[in-house]
Design a protein around this ligand. Structure first.
Ligand code: PEP
Ligand code: MG
Length: 755
């Protein structure tokens, strides 16, 4: 009789498995039928399924051929015997004579003394071994690669059954990476402080494949081809984009080439389809294989490339399944910790913030807008956590320690307890800060500091009362724009700004006009591709070029503040002429409101944000025109140091607590004071007590920060005296050092200033 072709063996087997899966019976009954089918389909005397239990033990769950009394009795540790070895290495083993293998252990209760040849494959789910599938024969049978392939394909179907019927529980899953058998600790850079305890959610979710067994391999091959074609289109677009110039470009190009040339990879997917899997199940199978290979590769270059292959496979899967690009709109655990390569602010806002407990990213730097939003939401953020996406599984228990820049994955009981205790301590500290709420923000030598809030969400406005701020020093109006599905019209904006003013209960709110572009993209607004977006078409440049957007926003602000005070400021003003042009639009809208008989605000104060160095040399004419100045230290530092605020590579290179930056701030303040124009700082530096101390020492009396920092900064204010800090700072301004942070910190310690 002619040997059947492996692909058709596997296809036939899968067809019969499908019937069992679709039929009735408990999971264990089906499992019993399945092992019998596999033994029959592969013409083997034995087929056994071992399932991973708690404590890294593999338990015999079902068998055809071994003694039934061994089921649930025979247990092997990971690494013990051939079955344990397969699990430990996450690799198949095929032997004509199992007994002669050094790792073989004989378990008499199974009656396996009758069998010689042995073939076993890991049952893998989401890159982890959840069981082992074995066939055994009396003969010294030499299994070939195709046999192994067939068993692997069947194991994939079995993985689905085990997970779907909860024969395997999540906490019993085994990470396959060598030492990652233990809980994992990764390090990163803290972008937002705090501690988050929760459940991992992958921002770009691994895709669940609903249908594993195919009905028509030809149709599946065609589906695969068109998904690959769509992927090539994606890559073409990426390659054509001017943003990809440089390192990225080469990486993508290399991957592209490698992908196009990697026939092995493509052939493996084809083979899996021919053996009976759907196109998506085949891609996933090969992806799982790649992932396991990745864990065994130490060469970082090859790992990177394999990582890219994973990425490409994901894209193909998205094309095949039409899956969502991000997890934000899916079912989220109550305590979600999002794990992403990188993320924009709008993407974070897509998540239900009541459920967000933290964010872990592989990339990122402190002044990225996503970090600013995360701080406003008061969730800890860790960036530059290497390989977070590959190492963290969906639903892993996870702890983000935003204090010490570490993330614990699948932490043990002791670590969990320690962090619960630390959360308690933080709560106690927050309670201490809350107790300062009604005390004045006044230094020991009697200087009153105006403490303002940075806000962007309605949620933030509740903080105004909670922390008892003097007002809102920066209302980022683009945040509600980013959180919406479409550009809000005048009416929607009027309602929104009206609510903000109502929540402010008479405290001033400095509305900043739309500041989009750079890394702040609106989901409904196709970004213009720019080689250098931070210095490109963004902020006031956009709204001056699209005056209708600006006018609608100003109109809404005027209407919302009818009969009240209105403070408006324009971001990223680079030249006085830009301020004039924006101001003219405002005047035009006021006149318009007058002419239609509307009520205009009682008083309008107009300010400029100082974020671009050029404006410092036009301060004199500017100060004649503005009612206030607000220094955006994030952008000002970015442009002053020529240091991209979103670029991880250069994130820690320069320090705002350095002579040049402090000197610049000081000189702006002096000119504002001379002109009698109030000047505040509203960048992220204010949130750190040490930076706030330096600003007050320089002479600033108005500072604006995100709510979570309020208590700590107020505590610092109440523990400092201005005069000694001021004198000390004067000695630092002309030093040649790159940073004076350490000196300031020592000074604060010596003077009992609460940092
Ligand atoms: C700044 O640049 O400092 C600032 C406050 O504006 P944003 O961070 O929103 O760009
Ligand atoms: Mg800015």
């Amino acid at each position: 009789m002619q040997e059947p072709q492996p692909a058709s063996t596997s296809r036939r087997l899968l067809g019969r498995l499908r019937d069992v899966m679709a039929g009735s019976g408990t999971a264990e009954e089906r499992l019993n039928k399945i092992v019998a089918l596999i033994a029959d389909g592969l013409a083997a005397q034995v087929c056994s399924c071992y399932v991973m239990r708690a404590g890294e033990v593999l338990e015999l769950f079902a068998t055809e051929g071994l003694k039934q009394s061994a089921v649930h009795r025979t247990r092997l540790r990971v690494g013990e015997g051939l079955v344990g070895l397969i699990a430990a290495q996450a690799r198949p083993i095929a032997l004509a004579d199992a007994w002669s293998h050094a790792a073989f252990v004989y378990r008499p209760e199974t009656g396996e003394e009758l069998y010689h040849s042995f073939m076993g494959v890991p049952i893998i789910r989401g890159g982890r071994v959840i069981g082992v599938l074995v066939v055994q024969d009396r003969e010294h049978r030499h299994y070939v690669d195709e046999d192994v392939e067939t068993l692997e394909t069947v194991a994939m179907v079995l993985a689905g059954l085990l997970v779907a019927h909860e024969l395997i529980r999540r906490e019993e899953l085994l990470p396959t990476e060598g030492n990652a058998l233990l809980p994992l600790r990764l390090e990163g850079v803290r972008l937002s402080p705090g501690v988050g305890i929760g459940t991992a959610v992958l921002h770009s979710p691994r895709i669940i494949v609903p249908k594993i067994i195919n009905e028509d391999p030809q149709a599946e091959l065609l589906r695969l081809e068109s998904a690959i074609a769509a992927l090539h289109d994606d890559l073409d677009v990426m390659l054509a984009s001017p943003e990809s110039v440089g390192e990225e470009y080469r990486d993508v190009l290399e991957t592209y080439r490698m992908f196009a040339q990697d026939h092995g990879w493509k052939n493996r997917i084809h083979e899996a389809i021919r053996s009976g899997l759907t196109a998506e199940a085949a891609v996933q199978k090969v992806q799982d294989d790649t992932r396991l290979r990745m864990n065994q590769v130490t060469d970082s270059y090859i790992r990177e490339r394999l990582y890219d292959l994973q990425d490409l496979a994901n894209r193909i899967l998205q094309h095949l399944t039409g899956a969502r690009a991000t997890a934000a709109r899916g079912d989220l655990p109550e305590d979600t910790i999002v794990v992403a390569r990188s993320m924009g602010p709008a993407e974070l806002l897509d998540y239900d913030r009541r459920k967000l407990r933290g964010l872990v990213m592989e990339e990122g730097s402190a002044n990225m807008h996503v970090a600013i939003i995360a701080r406003a939401l008061d969730i800890p953020v860790l960036a530059r956590v290497k390989e977070a996406v590959a190492k963290i599984e969906p639903y892993d228990p996870i702890i983000v320690d935003g204090e010490y820049g570490q993330v614990f994955i699948r932490p043990g009981e002791d670590i969990q307890q320690a962090f619960h205790a630390s959360l308690e301590a933080r709560r106690a500290r927050a309670a201490h800060h809350d107790a300062l709420r009604d005390l004045p923000a006044e230094t020991l030598d009697g200087v009153r500091i105006t403490m303002l809030l940075n806000a962007g969400l309605l949620l933030d406005m509740q903080n105004l009362q909670r922390v008892n701020a003097d007002g809102v020093g920066l209302y980022r109006t683009e945040v509600p724009f980013m959180a919406r599905p479409a550009l809000p019209d005048v009416e929607a904006q009027t309602i929104l700004y009206g609510k903000i003013l109502a929540l402010a209960e008479g405290r001033p709110v400095a509305f900043r006009t739309l500041d989009v572009g750079g890394d702040k993209l609106l989901p409904y607004w196709n970004p213009v591709e720019e080689p250098n977006p931070a210095m490109g078409w963004r902020s006031i440049r956009v709204t001056l070029d699209r005056p209708l957007i600006m006018r609608h926003q100003l109109r809404a602000l005027i209407r919302a503040a009818a009969g009240q005070d209105l403070d408006v400021m324009f971001p990223m003003v680079t030249a006085v002429a830009e301020f004039d042009a924006a101001r003219a639009l405002l005047d035009r809208e006021i006149a318009r409101e007058h002419s239609r008989g509307g009520v205009v605000p009682r008083r309008i104060r107009v300010g400029a944000m100082l974020e671009v160095p050029a404006l410092m040399w036009q301060l004199r004419p500017l100060l004649q025109r503005v009612d206030f100045v607000s220094i955006g230290s994030n952008d000002l530092a970015q442009f002053l140091f020529a240091n991209d605020r979103t670029n991880t590579q250069v994130a820690d290179r320069y320090d705002v607590l350095s002579p040049p930056f402090l000197y610049v701030l000081h000189s702006i303040l002096k000119q504002c004071e001379a002109a009698g124009v109030p000047c505040s700082v509203c960048g992220e530096m204010v949130r750190n007590p040490l930076e706030a101390m330096a600003l007050i020492g320089l002479g600033f009396r108005r500072i604006s920060m995100a709510a979570p920092s309020f208590g700590a900064v107020k505590g610092m204010v109440r523990s400092m005296s201005v005069v000694p800090v001021q004198h000390y700072l004067e000695t630092l301004l002309h030093l040649p050092h790159q940073s004076v942070r350490e000196r300031l910190r020592m000074f604060a310690l010596d003077h009992n200033i609460a940092l």
